[in-house]
Design a protein around this ligand. Structure first.
Ligand SMILES: *Cc1c(COP(=O)(O)O)cnc(C)c1O
Length: 383
């Protein structure tokens, strides 16, 4: 039976998704207001959103993009990533992190992760550095910042740019600094499951003026100066702009981010208490706070082989979970160039990981249903 039919059969309870947006009346009103103005795109709302986002992150600049993937592409471009250059990243990420570099002709190298955080293991980055390494791209998995100080040290020593893929981590903190203000460039996504949403949307934040200018140019066709009748184009770019409609939603959502993250943290705390000792729960490193984009659990090793059954049984109980992530080099496009076993921790993590529901408006009763159902399923399997 396919998933949709399974759900129909068991529709006493509404599906609890693994993540979702929180849209309130003021968000809706903000968008409607924009629709009534003359500016649907390239107007004042994008500028306002960028200013507010930069202020929130404690950075000089923010450049809004059509989505997080476009923002990654822009950041890699601005850093000068070119054909045959190399960049180091984690296999435990959404494919966009890797694809964006491959689009520029560059070659990804993977450093394995720590099993208990899902984040890139700094000790393994150095081994991947070569003369061709242009970028390190740490991903703040599930919303917990990576070991940024150590990565910065490595990068400085080797003259490498750090682009932090913080698509999970808007609102997280590293040693009391907001994520966004630490790396050379930081990338966010505003997809509906992320910290805040614009529908589709993304951004790069930076303190570097040169990067800022390149990002702006790349976002709009490579056009540099324009006056009323003419413009100049120095290098081909793309149309990666965010519209004012989307940006007005972003301005409204950004006002609530701290509230959203507080709610996510409470849910995570509850899961920590309920699930400790039953499954692997995220290990928090000192000196950082998470934005709790995901709540990833690791199944006991001996249940790894039952993962698909467990996912299906959760779904039969109207619990929508997800898996984050299959190692990026396992995808068809990449697998011919990388050996299985390249990153053993990432492979084991994938075999045991399930992301269970977490989002600001997850009801306590729904969370209780997730916990009790999960416990029941695991108990049955362990019998
Ligand atoms: C969501 C996400 C992206 C891509 O963002 P989009 O806005 O969906 O394009 C990139 N990297 C990571 C880690 C993500 O979670």
């Amino acid at each position: 039976m396919d998933n949709a039919r399974k759900l129909k059969r068991n529709n006493k309870r509404k599906l609890i998704p693994y993540g979702r947006q929180s849209i309130e009346r003021d968000d809706i009103e903000a968008v409607i207001k924009t629709l009534k103005t003359n500016w649907l795109t390239q107007g004042p709302k994008v500028i306002e959103f960028e200013e507010e986002l930069a202020k929130y992150c404690g950075t000089k600049y923010a450049v809004a993009f059509a989505n997080g993937t476009a923002a990654l592409h822009g950041a890699y471009y601005a850093a000068g990533l070119q054909k045959d250059d190399e960049f180091i990243t984690t296999p435990n990420t959404f494919v966009a992190t890797v694809n964006a570099g491959v689009f520029l002709g560059a070659i990804p190298r993977f450093a394995d992760i720590e099993l208990n955080t899902g984040n890139i293991d700094v000790k393994l980055i150095e081994k991947q550095i070569t003369k061709k390494t242009k970028l390190i791209v740490p991903v703040d998995y599930a919303g917990q910042p990576c070991d940024l100080d150590e990565i910065i040290k490595l990068a400085k020593k080797n003259d490498i740019t750090i682009i932090e893929d913080a698509c999970h981590a808007l609102g997280a903190k590293y040693k009391n600094k907001k994520i966004g203000s630490v790396a050379d460039m930081t990338v966010f996504s505003f997809h509906p499951v992320k910290s805040i949403t614009t529908g589709e949307g993304g951004s790069v934040v930076t303190n570097n003026k040169e990067f800022y200018e390149k990002l702006k140019k790349f976002r709009t066709h490579g056009i540099t100066k324009s006056d009323q009748w003419t413009y100049e184009m120095t290098e081909p770019g793309l149309n990666y702009r965010l519209s004012d409609i989307h940006a007005s939603l972003g301005v409204s959502q950004l006002k609530k981010i701290d509230k959203f993250i507080k709610k996510r943290s409470k849910i995570a705390k509850q899961y920590n208490q309920e699930l400790k000792g039953i499954v692997g729960i995220p290990k928090m490193r000192s000196g950082r706070t998470s934005s709790w984009h995901l709540y990833p659990i690791l199944l006991p090793k001996k249940l790894a082989k039952n993962k698909e059954e467990i996912l299906n049984e959760l779904l039969e109980n109207n619990i929508g979970s997800q898996v984050h992530y299959m190692p990026a080099y396992w995808y068809d496009f990449y697998k011919k160039n990388y050996q299985k076993g390249l990153c053993p921790n990432a492979e084991e993590f994938y075999s045991r990981e399930i992301s269970i529901p977490i989002y600001p408006n997850l009801a306590w009763s729904d969370q209780a249903h997730v916990v009790s159902t999960l416990k029941k399923i695991l108990n049955n399997k362990l019998k």
